[in-house]
Write a protein that binds this ligand. Structure first.
Ligand SMILES: [Zn+2]
Length: 388
């Protein structure tokens, strides 16, 4: 629930700033929005604006700086938007509309593309196909669809209007029609930097169990590109979300339950499974600088709200989890692709984890050969049970 509080708090802050003009706030259909706005990323925009300052965590009497690259980037991207426009943006769930269009309105059979001009389509579809094959024998046999969300879809009124009806249908009446609402939304988007390609419209990625689909927005890819991660970042994005599907197969996690105190565990495990597959030579077969960028991709989406029950793991913990997954794939136990076994090993590792989780310098990891087992120093546990 904390994510909603963050958004609410944000709404209050911007509402105060934009109090000069009376604002119309429509009632949205919470059920339709739940799977979109309970995702790991959906809260990031609100959190970034409300809580995104760098925070300091106490560590054994000292302090350790925690800074989330994704939140710093979102803060920067939103800083040039007028507070009144930002308030309208969130009141009207603009950050969810491209995803709602894909989930509820778009033709299920239409071709999908990823990133602007489809530049990541090939990378995403190839790695997803490999990932499905890799995990198929682990009880995750479903065919998972991939859906790309694009801000540009909102420029087309034939797409926007049915989406608005789906989300706000009960709010329209003769005095305020869906056509007027669509015009207001389009006017606002056209004032944003970059207009329909503004990344705040599509900074999200999630697995929808109801739709059996992974959705990834262009805004997320733009963030990865800004961090120098575009060569393999999209592979991380899709395999991390696929790991959330695997968690349904394990039925230990309810991905719709945003108040779950297991948010951190769920995300770290998804990072670990993603990296296990991406490093494994029967999987993504990444190594050297490429696997290092996977660790950095995981690091980049960590958050620093450690007191928040919806906390998703600090950047350091996210990187540690992905390094742990790759390390397991590199070890003599790499033949284990059984999900239950992986889960119990992950649980052992996780139970010994605190945020001392320290990895070797990531730049040196890229210079190690595949057969060299990397050293993780974290609460002294992983190294012992892995027999390293
Ligand atoms: Zn996740």
């Amino acid at each position: 629930m904390m994510k909603y509080y963050a958004l609410l708090l944000l709404a209050m802050l911007v509402r105060r700033a934009g109090a000069a003009r009376r604002r119309r706030v429509l009632r949205a259909d919470d059920i339709s929005l739940r799977s979109i706005e309970s995702s790991e990323f959906a809260s990031s925009i609100g959190d970034a604006l409300v809580l995104g300052r760098e925070v300091h965590q106490d560590v054994l009497g000292g302090t350790e700086r925690c800074s989330s690259p994704s939140k710093a980037w979102l803060l920067e991207k939103s800083s040039s938007i007028e507070s009144e426009d930002l308030a309208y943006f969130f009141d009207n769930h603009l950050q969810s509309l491209p995803f709602a269009y894909k989930l509820y309105v778009a033709d299920r059979d239409e071709d999908q593309n990823f990133g602007s001009n489809g530049k990541y389509t090939e990378q995403i579809t190839q790695i997803h196909s490999k990932s499905q094959d890799f995990w198929r024998d682990s009880g995750a046999e479903d065919d998972i669809r991939l859906l790309g969300a694009h801000g540009e879809d909102l420029a087309d009124r034939d797409k926007l209007i049915p989406t608005l009806k789906m989300i706000f249908g009960r709010s329209y009446h003769n005095g305020y029609t869906v056509e007027e609402h669509a015009t207001e939304i389009q006017d606002l988007i056209e004032r944003l930097p970059g207009g329909y390609s503004n990344p705040l419209l599509t900074f999200n990625a999630f697995f929808s169990n109801d739709a059996g689909a992974i959705l990834i927005g262009d805004g997320y890819f733009e963030f990865q590109q800004s961090q120098g991660l575009e060569s393999v970042g999209p592979s991380y994005a899709v395999t991390h979300e696929h790991a959330h599907h695997l968690q349904y197969a394990l039925s230990d996690f309810d991905s719709d339950d945003i108040s779950s105190s297991d948010s951190r565990k769920k995300e770290l495990m998804a990072d670990a499974l993603s990296a296990f597959f991406l490093y494994h030579d029967s999987g993504g077969d990444l190594y050297g600088a490429e696997i290092d960028r996977i660790y950095r991709s995981a690091y980049s989406v960590g958050d620093c709200e450690i007191m928040d029950e919806g906390h998703h793991g600090t950047p350091n913990e996210r990187r540690c989890a992905s390094m742990w997954g790759a390390e397991l794939a590199a070890s003599s136990d790499a033949s284990i692709i059984d999900l239950l076994e992986l889960k119990s090993r992950f649980n052992l590792w996780y139970d010994g984890l605190d945020y001392h989780c320290t990895t070797i310098d990531s730049s040196s990891a890229s210079t190690l050969s595949r057969t060299t087992v990397m050293t993780l120093i974290m609460a002294g546990t992983a190294a012992t049970w892995l027999g390293l």
